[in-house]
Design a protein around this ligand. Structure first.
Ligand SMILES: [Mg+2]
Length: 214
């Protein structure tokens, strides 16, 4: 069996939901924290916690902004059409927040595909506090251990396809049989000399998968 796993932000969307929210609502320079995460000085658990604590605007405002700013990535329709036609199981693995990103996903009409992400609550000063995904963690680096889902699929004997673009995709992509990558993920896989198929839009992924299933 073939199973498809996709990152959400920047992979299935045109823009990153967390970047949009932080650019608009963070009370201080969040990018200084992001740079520490990208250079490996702090892990994703710490950086996401610090970044989101800079946001105090209410959830309704954040969701309204995301509904205006975030759109399906180019070619998502074609990719979903192929996956539905082949009846391949697909799961979305997000490093973002389920109450925002999961709702966008359902509103776009794709709610049949499970969506896994982190949750959040507010502290006494209305700052966002990250509640890590309940997914078991293989390492103590990320709030949501995306790799766990891929390892579980491999144990089921599936051929695992991963599609992603960023930092939280490095670890799960290593565990995939087939990798479609762009952005920082593509750079990372090339540095690690791991095979990756570069892509610019999801139509290209759909076309390649149709012609060359793993
Ligand atoms: Mg991403």
């Amino acid at each position: 069996m073939i199973e498809i796993f996709c990152d959400f932000d920047g992979t299935l969307t045109d823009k990153d939901t967390l970047v949009v929210l932080l650019d608009r609502y963070a009370s201080a320079n969040w990018y200084a924290i992001e740079e520490k995460a990208l250079s490996g000085d702090v892990d994703e658990r710490e950086s996401l916690r610090e970044e989101l604590a800079l946001i105090t605007a209410p959830d309704d405002d954040l969701m309204e902004t995301l509904e205006q700013e975030i759109h399906p990535a180019d070619g998502l329709d074609q990719l979903i059409a192929l996956i539905r036609e082949k009846e391949w199981p697909m799961q979305v693995l997000s490093g973002g927040l389920i109450r925002f990103s999961g709702e966008l996903w359902r509103n776009w009409g794709y709610g049949e595909f499970p969506f896994f992400a982190n949750d959040h609550r507010r502290d006494s000063q209305e700052r966002i506090q990250v509640i890590p995904s309940p997914t078991p963690r293989l390492r103590e680096r990320c709030n949501h251990c995306k790799r766990w889902h891929l390892e579980a699929a491999r144990r089921r004997g599936s051929q695992v396809v991963y599609i992603g673009d960023g930092l939280t995709d490095f670890c799960p992509a290593e565990a995939a049989d087939r990798r479609y990558a762009k952005g920082n993920l593509l750079k990372y896989l090339q540095e690690q000399e791991l095979e990756a198929i570069p892509y610019e839009n999801l139509q290209q992924v759909a076309t390649h998968l149709r012609r060359n299933p793993p």
